[in-house]
Design a protein around this ligand. Structure first.
Ligand code: ATP
Length: 385
């Protein structure tokens, strides 16, 4: 077996480390043509002197919503002066003054004075620039659910969408973005907002494994030197990220695995690097998921982990039969617990050919057992709990 020479301390595996940063906007936006087209269609009236239309962008985390908006906004900035886009991260900015301050900065090119200005002064600054340039405003409210929590969702939508009533400007378009699938941003709008907010729903489904692989392969090409990440490991990472339904997990895994190899002075990432990185990436997520479980659900998760590690039959029925010897749990409670584990994203319940479902752990069995350990380690499932 030939070994590649060790990496010198002044050498790196990263061609461009920024490619793995959360703020990086990729050159190619894969598999989001339909969404880009739809957004382009909604803003097109503003190119002809009219007003842009609004949208709600909805999909689980890491499905490219923010990136798609950045892509469209970059295209607008490159191609026209007739629309001014403003991107607001509502996780950071959720008070009216902060949101308008962010819009002002992007419309005017500088920040409003930190003191002495009222909200109306900031709005006035925005609209006078829009009027000077005869431009229409399009605002993206990313993570708009944070506005709901802050109680500013309806007032802000109302004001932004009705700017044209008080000042002589075109009606703004609003793209409201959420990754909370249980939240209907349209229904959260009150009646006074609904009369001016008629958003088109744009859905972002999780990427398939092949799509995740393509996105990651692109990132690896740009960010790492050739041959640093062998193809089978890229496949493994893509599988993992697709299982997590978040391409961000894959990007982070590539970065962490390459860092491990670099730290050891190796020129190639190994399976062990990916395994260790996967643990580091998933540990916080797994801990969060386990934290919401009841004692009974945790006990079942530990039992499933143990059984899976032993290579036993993981058919749901077989797991129940065997569990009865160790856990005082009835059939109804078992199914309730199992569904809770699936909902928490700790197991997948995969239909079997023929009948029944197979219980599959999403994470390493040892990690699940550790994350679901009960504080006193003596927890039992109460009957029917
Ligand atoms: N289609 C894609 N092509 C290339 N990179 C992508 C694509 N989709 C997502 N990414 C990358 O994945 C990461 C997450 O994407 P993004 O932030 O756009 O997702 P999101 O749906 O807005 O997530 P969240 O709801 O958590 O904010 C980013 O690093 C982004 O560059």
């Amino acid at each position: 077996m030939t070994h590649s020479p060790l990496l010198r301390s002044d050498q790196t595996l990263f061609r461009d480390p920024d490619v793995f940063e959360l703020t990086f906007v990729p050159e190619h936006l894969h598999h989001r043509d339909a969404q880009v087209k739809e957004l382009a269609f909604l803003i097109s009236p503003a190119l002809r002197g009219g007003s842009a239309l609004s949208a709600i962008l909805r999909g689980p985390p890491g499905t490219g919503k923010t990136t798609t908006v950045h892509r469209i906004f970059t295209m607008i900035r490159e191609e026209t002066q007739r629309i001014i886009p403003a991107y607001v991260n509502c996780r950071q900015d959720h008070t009216p003054l902060a949101v308008y301050g962010s819009i002002f900065k992007q419309v005017c090119g500088y920040a409003p004075p930190p003191t002495g200005w009222h909200l109306d002064d900031v709005k006035e600054g925005i609209v006078s620039r829009l009027r000077d340039r005869n431009a229409a405003l399009v605002v993206c409210l990313d993570d708009a659910d944070d506005l709901i929590v802050a109680g500013t969702y309806n007032p802000l939508l109302y004001q932004i969408l009705r700017l044209y009533e008080k000042w002589d400007v075109r009606k703004a378009g609003v793209f409201a973005v959420t990754s909370d699938l249980d939240l209907n941003l349209g229904a959260e709008a009150d009646s006074s907002v609904r009369s001016v907010f008629h958003p088109t729903e744009i859905t972002f489904l999780p990427y398939t494994k092949a799509e995740v692989r393509e996105i990651l392969a692109d990132r690896v090409r740009q960010g790492l030197y050739p041959r640093v990440l062998p193809k089978p490991l890229l496949d493994r990472i893509a599988r993992f990220a697709a299982g997590e339904q978040d391409v961000r997990v894959g990007i982070d895994l590539v970065r962490q695995a390459a860092h491990r190899a670099e730290k050891d002075g190796r020129r190639r990432v190994t399976h062990a690097d990916v395994t260790a990185a996967a643990r580091a990436v998933t540990a916080p997520a797994l801990r969060n998921r386990a934290a919401g479980l009841s004692a009974g659900e945790r006990a079942l998760a530990r039992w499933i982990a143990e059984r899976s590690r032993d290579g036993a039959d993981m058919a749901s029925g077989a797991v129940f039969e065997a569990a009865q010897e160790y856990l005082p749990v009835g059939k109804t409670a078992y199914h309730e617990h199992l569904n809770a584990l699936a909902k928490a994203g700790i197991v997948d319940l995969v239909p079997r050919t023929g009948r029944g479902r197979e219980v599959r752990l999403r994470y390493d069995a040892g990690d699940v057992a550790a994350a679901c350990r009960s504080p006193d380690q003596t927890c039992k499932i109460p009957n029917g709990s």
